[in-house]
Design a protein around this ligand. Structure first.
Ligand code: ASP
Length: 329
């Protein structure tokens, strides 16, 4: 029988009603007690790492999860992390960079309704996640509402209903039907995982609205090593607001700038319009192409934790990790 480690980090799945709203209180053992039938499928041990609303998660918690997986790696066949849905896509992306090429499954799950509610997705999600962790499903993924989504491709796209996550610009890895995993795609892996232990948190994200001026970008670039700008459509920056000088100056000071799009699907293509062409071809900003913003944030923190050399940053940024970027291949 396979051995799975269930790592609790909090979220709605572990929440109870308090006077000031839902708060994570259930232990990992208490969660497991709600799905007793899983003991027929695999042996599960419990580990309580955190008990946080995922709004309170930060990169140091991603590193703590990584250390927890690393320290227990040899003793288990697979790992399930229960996690709040709000920032689960960021954590899934971060773990995809911090634990690369894992031959063992690392599955995140959670719920939109707490375990103790009459109508809840907690039981099915936890059961499905543990089943997937006991399968041949290498790498980091989110198992939620009967779907398996690649860790670098997940995005929370619904705030209330059970279908909380979508797979962006990439097919789902599989689906679960009555507890049976139908796997469509198997991630590549190595014989051993490759763990990283450093992240550079000085990565900022700025969303453009019509009329945004360069002052906000200047402010963020002064305080960070990288700035991701969520621009419009396939990508570009307003031409009349001094953005080009701001970008040129920041790149000369060794900052990293990545252009991405506010549009959820299909990604950027910065060279298409005049408003983007010069940024890419003359100034040399990077672009996200088909990556999610969550993955761009995590990838930059991982890359800038290793190097600040602009050429190496660019090389690593466009090198696919866990199928995070496919275009331009
Ligand atoms: N606020 C909760 C969290 O992210 C929401 C959830 O888990 O669904 O921890």
């Amino acid at each position: 029988m396979k051995k799975i480690l269930l790592i609790g980090t909090g979220g709605t799945i572990a929440s109870e009603v308090t006077e000031s709203g839902l708060a994570p209180e259930l232990t990992t053992e208490q969660l497991l007690a709600h799905v007793p039938a899983i003991s027929e499928v695999c042996h599960v041990d419990c580990l309580q790492l955190l008990n946080l609303d995922s709004t309170n998660m930060a990169p140091e918690h991603w590193l703590a999860m990584t250390r927890c997986i690393r320290d227990n790696y040899d003793a288990y066949d697979g790992f399930v992390l229960t996690h709040g849905t709000d920032t689960m896509a960021y954590t899934a992306a971060a773990l995809s960079y911090l634990v690369q090429k894992s031959p063992k499954p690392i599955v995140l799950t959670g719920a939109q309704k707490p375990m103790g509610f009459d109508s809840t997705d907690s039981k099915i999600n936890l059961t499905d996640a543990i089943r997937c962790a006991a399968e041949d499903m290498p790498g980091v993924s989110i198992v939620f509402n009967g779907r398996v989504i690649l860790g670098t491709r997940a995005k929370k796209t619904r705030s209330k209903s059970f279908q909380a996550f979508s797979s962006i610009n990439f097919p789902e890895l599989g689906v679960l039907r009555d507890g049976v995993l139908l796997r469509y795609i198997r991630q590549d892996c190595g014989a051993e995982p490759v763990f990283s232990e450093t992240l550079n948190q000085k990565v900022a994200l700025m969303k453009l609205v019509p009329g945004t001026g360069r002052e906000q970008a200047d402010f963020l670039l002064e305080r960070n090593d990288a700035l991701i700008i969520e621009s419009f459509g396939v990508g570009g920056l307003p031409e009349s607001s001094g953005f080009y000088d701001c970008v040129r100056g920041a790149l000369n000071r060794g900052k990293t700038i990545v252009l991405t799009t506010q549009v959820e699907k299909e990604g950027s293509d910065l060279g298409v319009y005049h408003v983007g062409h010069r940024l890419k071809n003359d100034l040399g900003v990077l672009e996200a192409y088909d990556m999610t913003t969550e993955a761009v944030v995590a990838k930059l923190m991982w890359i800038l934790g290793r190097t600040r050399d602009p050429r190496e940053v660019e090389r690593l940024f466009y090198t696919p990790v866990a199928m995070d970027i496919l275009w331009p291949a």
